[in-house]
Ligand binder design. Structure first.
Ligand code: NDP
Length: 479
């Protein structure tokens, strides 16, 4: 059985305790590799190497930092086919989607490599008496913890800005999807990243993750994952005054007004509902449709979704792959049961799918559309994070704002309308960090990314990430 290894001090190494965890292929429901069950000893060892590497990495010229990070981007691009296949097998997502995400992982490194060359700090002149200049210094050794839904895409989104700003990193991918992070360690070594600058420690959140969060010499934690985990991390890190960036869950509204471009709204809603089996924090899982087009929109959506092929992620015509783990599969099904108990009417799906042939042990759920639920019931306010959406009519802008803003989450929202004045007004009144008008998941990496309320604290992307991974120090010079 293949073994994934930790990447510590530039070497691929076994965990200190020589203990291993099963890694599943969700489309088969079978173990296909083993991953290190690391513990605090591995984190300590990674920290020793990272602190030693920091002494030189922080003073490495911007151009040299750019060059090595750019070589990592090129290494990811060159390995796209291999990485995409590994991601699809590990996570359950369709291969074509994995290819797009691996492309984005390369872009993350390229984007922050160039940002390193262009990041500048401010100076403030005091009318000839004094001059202030602000240094933006790296923090030291920082921790990056990422989830299982977009594994390499989100892992690199954190690591790249941390390295670009001169920090050394200890990173932990989700134990559920560790494979592409392991492959990245080889790409980093081949690209000439100095030993110890990036260390990848695999294992369980409560063990490895917790050892990182609670370690006094790890200066910041950049975390993407569930809200409950985020709360726990904040409770451990905040009393230590650690810098924290928390990108958490979502329960995003997708608001469709009657004057929208109907066909575009339906087509994009299919994507925003079910891309990556609905396992994207930005998915619009609550579809709110203005009453005059409610039935027409609902019927068109059901028709489009009913022909999506669910099945082997490696088949090129598969649109919806496997659910990432048995535990998550059961959680999603339990929410479908809850929706039924709450009076929901299942328009499409609503069940697990038993595949034939080699995928007969895999975890598959039919794309599910549910109506007739109260806008503030549990199904409509708790994150399901699977191929399950609800659809609800509304009568006025005021009513839809109440519905959209009723959850404890505030990550993203889509608004479909051709009335621009209304679009801007609704965008301004939605409680979320990200709003898309007449589109979804259109990303410019320079823009601030993150949520409000229980969807998180802080922003990633562009200069926001470069600022998070640096400490501002003002120097005042009397002239
Ligand atoms: P989890 O919160 O379960 O896990 C996220 C990461 O944290 C994993 O690496 C996990 O390790 C680790 N972890 C778990 N417990 C601890 C702990 N006590 N201390 C430190 N680290 C810990 O989230 P999921 O992996 O289930 O991801 C799904 C969630 O992520 C959804 O809620 C989704 O909305 C959110 N998400 C948010 C995004 C955003 O940008 N806002 C983007 C993508 C996802 P392990 O896997 O070993 O448990």
């Amino acid at each position: 059985m293949d073994k994934i290894l930790n990447y510590i001090g530039g070497e691929l190494v076994k965990p200190a305790g020589d203990a291993w965890l099963d890694n599943f292929n969700p489309a088969l429901g079978q173990v296909y590799s083993l991953i290190p069950d690391s513990d605090e000893r591995d984190v300590e060892e990674a920290l020793r190497h990272a602190e030693a590497a920091f002494i030189t990495w922080r003073f490495t010229s911007l151009e040299d930092r750019f060059k090595v990070l750019n070589r990592i981007a090129e290494g990811i691009d060159a390995a796209n086919d291999n990485l995409a296949r590994a991601e699809s097998v590990d996570q359950g997502k369709p291969l074509w989607l994995a290819k797009n995400e691996i492309t984005r992982a390369g872009q993350n490194f390229r984007f922050f490599a160039t940002a390193a060359m262009q990041f500048a700090s401010e100076s403030h002149s005091m009318e000839g008496h004094a001059l202030n200049y602000t240094l933006r210094q790296p923090l030291g050794v920082v921790g990056c913890i990422s989830p299982w839904n977009l594994p390499l895409y989100l892992f690199t989104w954190k690591i790249a800005p941390a390295l670009a700003t001169g920090n050394c990193v200890i990173a932990k991918p989700s134990e559920i999807t560790p494979m592409t992070a392991f492959l990245l360690s080889k790409i980093c070594a081949d690209a000439g990243l100095p030993k110890g600058v990036l260390n990848i420690v695999h294992g369980l959140g409560p063990k490895v993750g917790n050892a990182m969060v609670s370690h006094p010499r790890i200066k910041a934690i950049s975390f993407t994952g569930g809200t409950a985990t985020g709360k726990h991390i904040a409770s451990v890190a905040a009393p230590m005054f650690k810098k924290l960036s928390l990108e958490l869950g979502g329960k995003n509204p997708n608001i469709v007004f009657a004057d929208c471009d109907f066909d575009k709204a339906v087509k994009t809603t299919v994507q925003s509902s079910f891309l990556n089996q609905g396992e994207i924090c930005l998915c619009g899982s609550r579809i709110l449709v203005e009453r005059p087009i409610y039935e027409k929109f609902r019927d068109a959506l059901v028709k489009e979704v009913s022909v999506l092929k669910v099945g082997n992620p490696l088949d090129k015509d598969t649109k919806i792959g496997a659910i990432v783990s048995r535990q998550h599969f059961e959680k999603v099904l339990s929410y479908i049961d809850l929706a039924k108990q709450e009076g929901g009417e299942v328009l499409l799906g609503g069940n697990a799918l038993q595949m034939q042939g080699e995928n007969d042990g895999g975890w598959f759920i039919a794309p599910t559309i549910i109506e007739n639920l109260a806008y503030d019931c549990r199904t409509n306010t708790e994150e399901i994070f699977g191929p399950v959406v609800t659809i609800t009519p509304f009568d006025s802008e005021e009513e839809v704002l109440t519905m959209a803003n009723c959850t404890e989450y505030g990550l993203a929202c889509s608004i479909w309308t051709n009335d621009l004045t209304r679009a801007h007004r609704v965008a301004a009144n939605i409680h979320s960090g990200i709003v898309w008008i007449n589109c979804w998941l259109l990303r410019d990496l320079r823009t601030p990314f993150g949520g409000v309320k229980q969807s998180g604290v802080g922003r990633e992307g562009g200069w926001e990430a470069m600022r998070f991974f640096t400490e501002a120090k003002n120097v005042c010079v009397k002239l």
